[in-house]
Design a protein around this ligand. Structure first.
Ligand SMILES: [Zn+2]
Length: 285
């Protein structure tokens, strides 16, 4: 019997899964591919970015964000969400960086071991994480999420490493999510054409010039709304009036760039540019 197709994504905080590649997961979920989200931290250091949100009495941000994550991942179509159990490390050089339970301060080996355990149990062909080049948004948890996904890709198939974390499993491919320059440029131009003020300021346009190479383009026509709907679930983090996320009319946003992009970073089945399917060249047996 051929192996069941499975994708495992590794994100730093609740809401990252909704901004980076959600429509791709929705597309594969609709095709019957199993998908698992590993969320490294509880996002407890986030600020509330939406003036309309007030926490209930005794409610913590961590609890609220867990509820938001459950809603968002149901919309995206994830089969399972695994909380890796670390504390949000906060923004660069904030006091939260020094908290003993912060992801940033966790033993790298222990964190990789936790992820290897999930990889071996769920046995995905595809791992998705973050690129290492994060000059424009060097959030400590995002950097650390990158480190553990690369290490787990290497370690999961190696019986010598983490021998107590389950039967070894070789993942075929590791991808990074990327926001390609052409998407940002198209959005920026569309604001201008509609006479709207573009939220892509100097800083963003600079980011466009540094953006990572993408090897793989996934068509998500008809599924772009998944991203909007999932983002709106993260009401503490995403202001529904945000010009950045929702400034263009919905119809324009959905038509403009119905693609998501990934960079193939490690592969046991060759690296080829111009892929349109994450499972290309993978033999399911
Ligand atoms: Zn994040």
């Amino acid at each position: 019997m051929p192996a069941e197709r499975c994708i495992l994504t590794v994100h730093a905080h609740p809401d990252d899964e909704s901004s980076k590649g959600p429509s791709t997961i929705a597309r594969y979920a609709a095709e019957g591919v199993r998908s698992i989200l590993v969320c490294c931290t509880g996002g407890e250091e986030g600020e509330i970015h939406n003036p309309a949100v007030v926490l209930g009495e005794g409610e913590t941000l961590k609890e609220r964000r867990a509820a938001e994550l459950a809603e968002a991942t149901a919309i995206i179509g994830y089969d399972e969400v695994v909380m890796l159990g670390y504390r949000d490390s906060g923004m660069p050089e904030s006091e939260a960086n020094t908290h003993p339970e912060a992801f940033w301060n966790a033993s790298l080996d222990e964190a990789v071991g936790r992820l290897v355990e999930v990889v071996r149990r769920t046995r995905p062909q595809i791992l998705i994480g973050y690129p290492d080049e994060q000059h424009e948004y060097p959030h400590p948890d995002h950097l650390r999420a990158h480190d553990i996904v690369v290490a787990a890709y290497e370690a999961a198939g190696d019986p010598e490493q983490f021998p107590d974390a389950g039967d070894p499993h070789e993942v075929d491919k590791l991808y990074y999510t990327v926001w390609p320059a052409e998407r940002m440029a198209a959005m920026h131009a569309a604001y201008g054409e509609l006479g709207l003020e573009s939220p892509y300021d100097e800083r963003w346009l600079k980011r466009i010039s540094k953006v990572e190479h993408s090897s793989t383009t996934i068509g998500v026509e008809g599924l772009v709304h998944i991203r909007d709907d999932a983002l709106r679930c993260h009401a503490t983090q995403i202001d529904p009036t945000s010009p950045f996320w929702f400034g263009l009319p919905e119809e324009v946003r959905h038509r403009l760039h119905p693609f998501e992009h990934f960079a193939l970073a490690r592969s046991r089945v060759g690296i080829v540019d111009g892929e349109t399917d994450l499972f290309e060249r993978i033999d399911l047996g």
